[in-house]
Design a protein around this ligand. Structure first.
Ligand code: URA
Length: 255
């Protein structure tokens, strides 16, 4: 597939199309060894050799990042006043990145950021049943049948019950951040429980509303996995890394 030279350069992180056009004009770009000033020139990413200042520029079609979302940041691509999860991806090349689904402002944990709309759509499709694992610190007194309630589906005020979810009083992943949060919240109150929930849907505030319907309150929520992708324990809140080729393939093959 051929694309315009200015788009090729913009996709590869060389600025906006107008920024790209200005350095095309001053002769910094060549195609197959010949200087090229015309941004509308069509190039084939598979065949043509594009260079800026004698450096080869590979075309970037898709980017995939794993972010350890910190609390306090909104899950959006752009915002007029607030910093977004996409703003945290400092090394991005593409300008069309977006988060795959949303975590609430105060929810932490795994967020995939990409510009691959097709993959995002599949990951979020209710039909694909992609499982998401959350650890929650919850206050209140649990009903005896909590496990069954989650398994059965809970009335959270929508027209349908939630899809069956797996609930457990033990968490499969503990990290220092969850521990620190638990220690700090426990200084204030004694009725806290750390538990794990696995859901396959992504309704608005779904986990918080499930607990609320059982008379409980989520004090802290963190996502540890989405399908085959697990939050990298080496990432601190606010840090990110690119998904590995293996993770991208695993994701693509599991949905
Ligand atoms: N469920 C919630 O209530 N909040 C989130 O951020 C994610 C799932």
């Amino acid at each position: 597939m051929v694309i315009r030279l200015d788009k090729y350069l913009a996709d590869s992180g060389y600025g906006t199309r107008s920024e790209v056009r200005s350095f095309l004009r001053i002769g910094r770009v060549s195609v197959n060894g010949v200087a090229e000033k015309n941004g509308a020139r069509k190039v084939d990413p598979e065949q043509d050799r594009v260079m800026v200042d004698q450096e080869i520029v590979s075309h970037v079609s898709f980017e995939y990042y794993m972010l350890h979302k910190p609390s306090g940041i909104i899950s959006a691509s752009k915002d007029k006043t607030e910093k977004t999860v996409v703003d945290l991806i400092k090394s991005k090349k593409r300008r069309d990145l977006f988060p795959v689904g949303r975590l609430d402002r105060d929810t932490e944990g795994l967020l995939i950021i990409t510009n691959d709309g097709d993959m995002a759509h599949k990951l979020l499709s209710p039909k694909k049943h992609v499982e998401k694992t959350y650890a929650a610190i919850v206050s209140g007194v649990f009903p005896e049948n909590a496990v069954e309630e989650f398994e059965h589906g809970i009335d959270i005020g929508d027209d349908k019950l939630t899809k069956p979810a797996k609930f457990s009083f033990s968490v499969s992943t503990w990290d220092i951040y969850l521990k620190e949060m638990y220690d700090s919240l426990s200084e204030e109150r004694e009725d806290l429980t750390v538990c794990e929930v696995r859901i396959t849907e992504g309704r608005f505030h779904e986990i918080k509303r499930m607990f609320e319907a059982l008379g409980l309150k989520v004090e802290y929520l963190k996502r540890y996995s989405m399908g085959s992708i697990k939050l990298d324990a080496k990432l601190s809140p606010g840090e990110y890394r690119e998904l590995t080729e293996e993770e991208i393939e695993l994701l693509a093959s599991s949905i």
